[in-house]
Design a binder for this molecule. Structure first.
Ligand SMILES: Cc1cc2nc3c(=O)[nH]c(=O)nc-3n(C[C@H](O)[C@H](O)[C@H](O)COP(=O)(O)OP(=O)(O)OC[C@H]3O[C@@H](n4cnc5c(N)ncnc54)[C@H](O)[C@@H]3O)c2cc1C
Length: 391
């Protein structure tokens, strides 16, 4: 059958491409606006890097000075991730009520169990009426002029089209945006190899962060193993290096204590930054502390205390009028990419993009800013620095 005559397997108001943290937040936000939402995920669980990638540290919602910046679904998902207990990093002052001085001593971040988080997220989406479609790869788009009309999917039922009125690209790789012809960028500095895994042993269950922390340009000696463009060949090479690092690390551990053994390892290639939108309305590293009229939420700098950012609406879209970006593929400069890609920020951009997509599905192109901001506020998000002190 030719691509032009693919059967239509489903139709929805809002299509969420990818079920990582951004996709979970976008789907939830859109469904709460009354949209018929379908989330398409190529793996068999939700959470993306945060669960199958074993990146189980929900980085801070706060600025490190005792003020919470990210609210709404970012806050809700952090609490959901530790509903059945936490692994480390329990910020008592934030979760049990502390003074601002106490809150300033510890950042509002947690380490969670990835299985509980994936299962609870699935339950939450089901309860909110989101249709989750697992084991389904999005492998193309259908467009008409400047609009995305649907995606081509492949799963055990074969190849088909899923049609939508609006969509959010939460693939982490800007897959839809790229396929729609949007301008995108890759990480100039390249990604270093990582291979996080859990072991059990004399110290109980331990998360091991094998690999280097990604500081663009900071480790020139690793240039031989840096990955920029991520084609099939690079993914396989990256995975081989990642797996061998995990093996070497776990054998060393076992040699040391005689009992340690790996229990699970990342099920995703741990590239931090692959491809992002590269348009005009970007968020920049230098925007620290600068208010913007078009803010759709606030985020912190997880690397250091102090900086605060208002996220502009325009970093969530390009030229395709009913398509939004969320998570690690939004529009930022390279330095800011390293900050906005982390879990709490993915939830913030996911919530804003999800509501905007629901509005677009209901009443046409690009959700108007003021109405979007109004809905975000009603959903519990805070948008401007001026709203921080009153929290
Ligand atoms: C090594 C490493 C360490 C990190 N450390 C931290 C940390 O300590 N704390 C923190 O907060 N953040 C950390 N991060 C960043 C953070 O984990 C991710 O950037 C964030 O989880 C990304 O969320 P996302 O929803 O944008 O994308 P992803 O989690 O990548 O989700 C995208 C989803 O889309 C699906 N998908 C992709 N393409 C398709 C397709 N074609 N069809 C169907 N489905 C598709 C994927 O399977 C995936 O589930 C780290 C990242 C890495 C790699």
């Amino acid at each position: 059958m030719s691509e032009n005559h693919l059967p239509e397997s489903a139709r929805c108001d809002v299509l969420i491409a990818g079920g990582g943290v951004a996709g979970i937040a976008a789907a939830l936000a859109a469904a709460r606006q009354g949209a018929k939402v379908m989330l398409i995920e190529k793996q068999c669980l939700l959470g993306g890097l945060a669960t199958s990638g074993l990146v189980t540290i929900y980085l801070p919602l706060c600025d490190g000075r005792g003020y919470q910046l990210s609210w709404g679904i970012a806050d809700e998902l952090l609490r959901l991730s530790i509903l059945h207990g936490w692994q480390t990093r329990y910020p008592r002052a934030w979760l049990e009520g502390g003074t601002r001085e106490e809150k300033a001593e510890h950042r509002f971040e947690v380490q969670f169990n990835p299985v509980f988080f994936a299962l609870e997220a699935e339950k939450l989406l089901q309860e909110n009426g989101v249709a989750v479609c697992y084991d389904t790869l999005i492998c193309g788009v259908e467009t008409e002029g400047n609009r995305l009309t649907g995606v081509i999917v492949e799963n055990e039922s074969g190849r088909s089209a899923v049609r939508c009125a609006a969509a959010v690209d939460c693939t982490g790789t800007a897959r839809l945006l790229y396929a729609c012809g949007e301008k995108t960028a890759v990480l100039d500095a390249g990604n270093t190899v990582a291979g996080w895994y859990y072991s059990t042993g004399s110290d109980g269950l331990q998360l091991h962060m094998v690999g280097y922390a990604e500081v663009p340009g900071a480790n020139p000696q690793q240039d031989g193993a840096r990955f920029r463009e991520i084609g099939a060949e690079e993914v396989n090479r990256f995975l081989y290096l990642s797996h061998q690092s995990t093996l070497a690390h776990s054998l060393k551990l076992r040699e040391k204590d005689g009992v340690s053994e790996p229990v699970t390892m990342t099920g995703m290639a741990q590239f931090r930054m692959i491809r992002r939108l590269d348009g005009e309305g970007l968020i920049r590293y230098e925007d620290d502390g600068k208010p913007t009229r078009e803010s759709v939420g606030m985020i912190a700098n997880w690397r250091k205390a102090g900086p605060r950012y208002e996220v502009p609406y325009s970093c969530l879209y390009g030229k395709t009028e009913n398509l939004y970006a969320a998570g690690r593929c939004v529009n930022s400069d390279e330095k800011m990419w390293d900050l906005i890609r982390v879990i709490p920020c993915c939830a913030v951009t996911g919530e804003a993009a999800g509501i905007a997509a629901a509005m677009t599905a209901a009443s046409g192109p690009r959700a108007p800013l003021a109405a979007l901001q109004e809905r975000l506020r009603r959903a519990g998000q805070r948008l401007h620095f001026t709203e921080i002190e009153s929290a």
